[in-house]
Design a protein around this ligand. Structure first.
Ligand SMILES: [Fe+2]
Length: 212
């Protein structure tokens, strides 16, 4: 397999093929370096907030395995990074998550499908769960998040799934069907992984926090 191009090689290729043109007087090497630097320093867009809903509970366990061995529903793994808008990885951020089970039922007595995790030294977090079900009063499947890190604003948000039947295959157009989904950015692609006898869903969800 070919090694992927570096950004610099890609830019040079663009120049060679005419899809990137330089104004007369601009030197190639300096221009490519300037593009690289500006892209690296471009601020990341903060993750949009979304309402907290009625089912948040404090003091959830720090256990990334929300799904027990025989739990019904489509197994789901979610992971991502916690970052600042400057692109800094944020280790030891607190990532609180809670969701309904595959039938759309929240555990209000205990802590099933609830966790309070910490991002690792590389700013990463991950957990294993099941695809949450729909429930009355909400149109879309979702996982709730509260993310906190020193020096950054607390983020309350929700993760949605592009495969949600409510979107009928077109989340770009239909994400507004749930009046609580205010941003398309919160609807993430779903990848099916594993072999056909043990398939599960995988979702990446980076969280970008604003500095205080
Ligand atoms: Fe909810």
């Amino acid at each position: 397999m070919n090694k992927p191009m570096t950004r610099r090689e890609c830019l040079l290729e663009c120049v060679a093929l005419g899809s990137l043109r330089l104004m007369p007087g601009l030197a190639l090497a300096e221009s490519v370096l300037a593009v690289e630097t500006q892209e690296r320093n471009a601020p990341l867009k903060p993750t949009p907030p979304n309402e907290i809903g009625p089912f948040y509970k404090q003091l959830a366990p720090n256990n990334a395995h929300l799904r027990a061995a025989n739990d019904p529903g489509l197994p789901l793994s979610v992971g991502g990074r916690v970052l600042s808008t400057r692109g800094d990885l944020l280790p030891a951020a607190k990532v609180e998550i809670w969701q309904a089970d595959h039938l759309g039922v929240y555990d209000l007595d205990g802590y099933r499908y609830r966790a309070s995790l910490s991002s690792d030294a590389a700013g990463r977090y991950s957990f294993d769960s099941v695809m949450p079900g729909h429930y009355p009063g909400r149109v879309c499947q979702h996982i709730h998040y509260v993310v906190t890190a020193p020096g950054h604003k607390r983020l309350v948000t929700q993760l949605y799934f592009a495969t949600d039947p409510a979107f009928e295959g077109n989340p770009d157009r239909n994400y507004v069907r749930d009046p609580i989904v205010m941003s398309r950015d919160l609807v993430r692609p779903v990848m099916l992984v594993g072999d056909p006898n043990a398939i599960h869903a995988s979702v990446d969800f980076d969280v970008v926090l604003q500095r205080l």
